[in-house]
Each structure stands twice: as C-alpha cells, then as structure tokens.
Design a binder for this molecule. Structure first.
Ligand code: FAD
Length: 408
C-alpha cells in the first residue's frame, strides 16, 4: 500500500460520491495546493449539499435548496474541478486504475477516493411499496416529504433514531399529528444513554408527539395509498403519510466488487487507505480504527466526513498522518440541541450534572475511571470541555465531576 503524495500537476484524483465527504475532499485538496486533475463523480442530480437540514430547517421550509448547497457551480469551475452529476460509478478496476460510470465513461485515476456514503434500509413488510410510505436521505426525498407534509394530517414515523425523531419534531411543528413506532423501549436507544432518551421522549410528548415504544411494524395498510400502520402487537395507527427511518447500510458494492476488504463498511487503516493501493475511503462508508474505540468503527456524522476528507487530502499533498480527531455529533429536535463528544459505547458508569427539567444537563460516560465521552443538552461549554479533554488525553474523573470542581 502506498501513502505517496501526488505532486505532479498531471496526477488525477477521482472521487466517487458527491456528498459531504467528497465535496470537502475536493476543496481541501485545492486548499492544500494540489494542482492536478480532480473529478468528482455523483449519482444524485444536485451538486453536493448538506444533509442535516433535510430533517430540520429544510423540512419546515425555513430554508431552501440554495442555503444547503456546499459550493456553487462557480466554485468548481474556478477551481478546475470536473463535477459529473447523475452518473453513478458502476465499476472500479484497481489493477487498471480505472473507474467506469453508468454512462460508459471511463476515468483513469492516480488516486481514487470512495466517498459513497450510506443508503436507507427498507422495511421488508407487506405494503412497504405503497404510495405515501417514504424515506429520507437525499434532497429529492426531502422535497417529496416536504410536499406531502404540507397536506398530511397524520404522520407515522417508523424508527425512533435521530432522523426519525428530527422529522417528528419538524412535522409536529408544522401542525401534523405524529406517532413514532420504535422497537426499543426508548428513543435513540443505540446512540444515547437512558437519561438523554428520557429527556427527549418527554420533550417530544410535550409537543404532542405520540411514542409507541417497544413496538414493531407488522404491515402498512391501504390499497391505492397508505392509510395506516399495523403494529406487531396488532394495533392500528391511522396515517396518510409514513416515514421509514430504520437506519442505513453503507454503500460498499463498488468496493466489494473490486475485491477491497469490506465489513459493514469499506475497511481502511489509520491513514484511511483501503486494502488496494491508491484507493482511500472516507465518510459514512468507511470503517476505520480510532484511539477512541477498542475496535474499528463506522460513523455517520458531519464531523467524521469532514475530518476524514481533510486527512486524506493532507496525505495526498504530502502530510500523511493517522486519523485521530475526537468524534463529535449534534442533533436538534423538540426545541433542544443535543451535542455528543467522544464514543460512549461500552461505558459502565454515568455521572449526570445539571438540570434535566430545564433542558440544561450533561451525561458523562465512563468506563471505570476513564471518560469515554459526554452527551450535553443546552450545555455547549461542557461539550467543548469534554472534546478538549479527550483531544489532549486529559482525564476528567467521576469524582471531579461529583465534587463540582469541574464543568458544569
Ligand atoms: P453522503 O452525504 O451520503 O454522500 C455520499 C454520496 O455518494 C451520495 O450522494 C450518494 O448518492 C453518492 N453515491 C453512492 N454511491 C455512488 C456511486 N456508485 N457513484 C456515484 N455516487 C455515489 N450528521 C450530523 O453530524 N448531525 C446531524 O444533525 C445530522 N443530521 C442528518 C439528517 C439527515 C436527514 C441525514 C440523512 C443525515 C444526517 N447526518 C447528520 C449525517 C450526515 O449527513 C452524514 O454523516 C454525512 O452526510 C456523510 O457524508 P458522506 O459524504 O460520507 O455521505
């Protein structure tokens, strides 16, 4: 495997995936003075844009498509970046250093970056294909959802993860009656502690959202269009719109077919190199080692997509360093902002500081005496303090928090 940098102005970097990671990589390469050719290949019609607003301000109509676009066409023209939209890569030929697009176009690369992101999982139950059963990942899907929400009376959201809960929040703010079906006993169960789940469950219920916890979906009802959802316990919830938000699968097909190592994500090393020479993978599609977890992880966050793009751009322009940034994440829903610093999986102790009733608290997660991370609601200073501590390798002990000698 190589970590050589591409000094020649004849060198070509092809980036597959015109999402956040791909777009950030392109701009970081140019910022670092890369003078070679850059081709950004996307399968969506739109130029790269930010996804987080799709479930928040874009859905409520507070902002439009211009506001979420990462860069305008003039940026790519001025920086000599060839952007191919609506033409997915269908094959990678590592030995020939080529990518083949659906249109038949063949692109030769000196370095290939896979930034193919993830796609929504579908729910294999009867009625899943009915009109009115929708999902949300792309701008095109957000447009459909936004349009349907304008006339919907009852929305059922299947899946109480981040996207499902954010959409619930936006839809209820638009006056739509919302029910959430979640198979776990609490919302966002895979990502946050019970304290944080409980806070958000209450905040959503206070806004009129119904939570059906510990329930699955047996089938979607309706003939011409969806009219409701039958839960696994046999209850029927009426709906004229259903959003399925049950998690994602990384887009690894290209990598797999090209013979690259894959394990629920394209496997990369600490420099974000795949098992093939001259191919890197970044963002939602990559599984990478990190000092903040015992085993390699795949993360779905803006921070990760952005920092991995910068890391690979730095390596390709002569500054190869292992990827080590502290993972962080945010969500905004039910009138509150959640910030998460670190990776808290595997914690065996929590210390809660602040006032949960006021939406002003942090949950610090420890394994033994080691701080793994923290969830903060309405406490940006605590969030930043934890990020800084994790970055510096400083320890904050449970005792220091209980003494009140540290934030908050
Ligand atoms: P993506 O943004 O998914 O981009 C990958 C692109 O590659 C897509 O356009 C895909 O269609 C394309 N592609 C796939 N295969 C091919 C192919 N063969 N050829 C060409 N193109 C291909 N993160 C946060 O940190 N905070 C939030 O609040 C937050 N909110 C979110 C809300 C929603 C509704 C969604 C969907 C995500 C949210 N995220 C949030 C997650 C965040 O947006 C992602 O982690 C981030 O977009 C990942 O960037 P990426 O470039 O790796 O993948």
């Amino acid at each position: 495997m190589t970590s050589r940098h591409l000094a020649s102005s004849e060198a070509t970097v092809v980036v597959v995936g015109g999402g956040l990671a791909g777009a950030q990589l392109v701009s970081a390469l140019r910022d670092n003075g890369f003078a070679g050719n850059i081709v950004l290949v996307g399968d969506e019609a739109a130029l790269p844009y930010q996804r987080p607003p799709l479930s928040k301000d874009y859905l409520t109509g507070r902002i439009g498509p211009e506001a979420i676009r990462l860069r305008g066409p003039e940026y790519y023209a001025a920086n000599c970046v060839q952007v191919l939209t609506g033409d997915p890569a269908v094959r990678v030929l590592p030995s020939a250093h080529k990518v083949v697009l659906r249109s038949g176009t063949e692109l030769r690369y000196d370095h290939l970056v896979l930034a193919t992101g993830a796609r929504n999982r579908s729910l294999p139950v009867p009625g899943a294909g009915l009109p009115g059963v929708v999902s949300l990942r792309t701008l095109a899907e957000a447009e459909v959802l936004r349009e349907r929400l304008a006339s919907a009376e009852r929305l059922v959201v299947v899946g109480g993860g981040f996207v499902g809960m954010e959409v619930s929040s936006s839809a209820s703010a638009l006056g739509v009656q919302v029910s959430v079906i979640e198979r776990h006993e609490r919302v966002m169960a895979r990502a946050v502690t019970p304290v944080t789940s409980e806070f958000f469950a209450r905040a959503h219920r206070d806004r009129g959202v119904r939570l059906e916890l510990g329930e699955g979906v047996a089938r979607f009802l309706g003939s011409g269009a969806v009219t409701g959802v039958e839960t696994s316990s046999g209850r029927r919830l009426p709906a004229d719109l259903v959003l399925v938000g049950v998690g994602v699968t990384p887009n690894t097909d290209l990598a797999e077919e090209a013979g690259l190592q894959e394990r629920d994500g394209v496997v990369v090393d600490a420099l974000l190199r795949t098992s093939a020479p001259d191919i890197s993978a970044i963002g939602d599609c990559a599984r990478f080692p990190t000092p903040f977890a015992a085993a390699p992880v795949r993360l779905e966050s803006v921070q990760n997509a952005t920092d991995q793009a910068r890391c690979v751009a730095a390596r390709l322009t002569g500054d190869a360093r292992p990827y080590r940034p502290v993972p962080w994440f945010w969500s905004r829903q039910a009138g509150a902002r959640l910030q998460i610093a670190g990776l808290t999986d595997g914690h065996d102790r929590t210390v809660v500081r602040g006032d949960q009733d006021r939406g002003d608290f942090s949950v610090f997660c420890f394994r033994g005496d080691r701080l793994l991370g923290a969830e903060s609601v309405g406490q940006p200073a605590a969030h930043m303090a934890v990020r800084r501590a994790l970055e510096a390798g400083d320890q904050i002990t449970p005792q220091e928090l209980l003494d009140g000698s540290l934030v908050p």
